[in-house]
Design a protein around this ligand. Structure first.
Ligand code: SF4
Length: 462
């Protein structure tokens, strides 16, 4: 998932844009870019796969001046895209997933439209969106076309001379929040980018809403919908703990998830630990509810390391995960450990790089407690790094059924024997003492929004 930040300021916006964009560095890890509107659009784009955003932009951003700017931490494509259209020049940054990219490219090619941004043989997704917008009579109609034509999801920031157009995807799967600091406005994927920059949250954009932020006001150019399907995984894993979405704090949800896990548990343990970082909030909630200590048997070495989830190569993800978690033998040896994890995607990192370290350092028992139910489907809307056959639950089902099975409904019923067999298969595969997943209803309760307002596709397939 990519992270977006936009700013409309009374003075030069470059400092705020730099730090506001940097606060999205936990999201994409491939490319980053900034564009500022002065007398013309100034843009910088850098590869951040091997270096942090700050180190690449720290010198350059000081030479960019203007009152309007957008920044992006991208999970793949170089952005922002600059394009000249019949309604003027604009810079565009997007987040989401274009599932029907091939079809859209074919349609645009048929109309004689060419593309210029090719990365690793693939046409830049943000350029596809830019070309669709350019077909509208104005930016609002162009963005509406994007909403109508894209399968998947797309939220975006579009920088023009008149202001910044911000749009949230049709079902509000990704967050987009507006903040205010005196006469300055900001719009961001992550609300945690506001706090230290002095902004307060004004409101979340509605799903499908398009606003124009100029120097005076935020104007709704196309109203949003009340029908929403917000990514539940934001609260469980992908969101930053200091952020809130729809007014619901990520850290508070993680603590509630942990409390539900503890309430449904009867295991005796010496302490609770979280797999850093996103497992920590869940573990703290578990510890508070169970009344047993929270400790850190695995300490994360953060300097120089980013997240291990987003790099596209499994090899790099494994290497980063291997290097950054350091076990503390004095804490682990001879202890019975409850280990909270945000989720089990493939299970290979958890098994080889976390659990194995605990066994190697003398753990007596390891009880794994994922904060969400078994993942059954890869994301279709925001995240692009999963394959259905890699998912631990699917591997378990394939092994139990001796074939790939499309109908997995029995395995999603938490009271069924098939569900119990699947969990037992994963437990053995992980090589842990016990394994108990969060229940879907408890995860929804922990988030606290109506179930119908959440995207639960990863778990339910609907
Ligand atoms: S499919 Fe999963 S990760 Fe994707 S938007 Fe829905 S809940 Fe989020």
């Amino acid at each position: 998932m990519s992270g977006l930040f936009g700013i409309v300021a009374r003075g030069n916006c470059n400092d705020t844009l730099f730090y506001g964009t940097d606060y999205h560095s936990h999201m994409g890890t491939e490319m980053a870019g900034m564009a500022i509107m002065g007398t013309m659009i100034q843009r910088r784009i850098h590869d951040i796969s091997q270096a942090q955003f700050k180190s690449k932009f720290a010198d350059e951003y000081k030479n960019m001046t203007g009152q309007l700017g957008i920044g992006v931490i991208s999970d793949g494509d170089p952005q922002p895209i600059i394009i000249s259209t019949h309604f003027g020049e604009f810079a565009l940054a997007t987040t989401g997933r274009v599932e029907n990219a091939r079809l859209l490219i074919k349609d645009l090619h048929t109309q004689g439209i060419a593309f210029s941004e090719i990365t690793n043989g693939e046409i830049n997704r943000t350029e596809i969106v830019a070309r669709i917008i350019a077909q509208g009579k104005d930016p609002v109609e162009g963005i509406s076309r994007v909403f109508e034509n894209i399968q998947g999801s797309c939220s975006l920031l579009l920088l023009t001379g008149e202001g910044i157009y911000a749009a949230r995807d049709t079902f509000g799967r990704s967050p987009m929040v507006i903040g205010r600091r005196g006469g300055d406005w900001a719009v961001a994927s992550e609300s945690c980018s506001f706090t230290n920059l002095g902004f307060h949250i004004e409101r979340d954009l509605d799903p499908g809403e398009i606003v124009l932020i100029d120097k005076e006001v935020v104007r709704t150019m196309r109203p949003g919908s009340r029908t929403r399907s917000i990514c539940a995984f934001l609260w469980i894993y992908t969101g930053y703990p200091a952020s809130s979405y729809e007014g619901v704090s990520v850290e508070a949800v993680r603590e509630r998830c942990g409390r539900f896990l503890a309430r449904n548990d009867h295991v005796e343990a010496d302490f609770v630990a979280g797999v850093p970082d996103s497992g920590s909030g869940h573990a703290i909630g578990y510890a508070m509810e169970a009344g047993i200590p929270y400790r850190r048997p695995l300490v994360k070495y953060t300097p120089g390391y980013g997240r291990s989830y987003t790099p596209p190569s499994q090899e790099i993800r494994d290497l980063v995960a291997e290097m950054k978690l350091i076990p503390v033998r004095e804490i682990i040896e001879e202890r019975r450990i409850v280990l909270c994890e945000d989720s089990i995607v493939r299970g290979t990192q958890l098994k080889n790089l976390t659990i194995q370290k605990l066994w190697d350092n003398g753990a007596k028992e390891i009880h794994v407690r994922p904060a969400c139910p078994p993942l059954m489907y890869p994301c279709r809307y925001l995240i692009s790094t999963r394959n259905i056959h890699e998912l631990a639950a699917r591997r378990a089902i394939a092994a139990l059924e001796c074939k790939d099975t499309n109908d997995v409904s029995d395995y999603m019923d938490e009271s069924s024997s098939k569900y119990a067999e699947m969990v037992e298969w994963i437990r053995k595969d992980l090589n842990v003492t016990t394994l108990q997943y969060q229940r879907l209803e408890n995860m929804v309760q922990a988030i606290g929004l109506p179930k119908n307002d959440l995207c639960l596709y990863c778990w339910t397939g609907t």
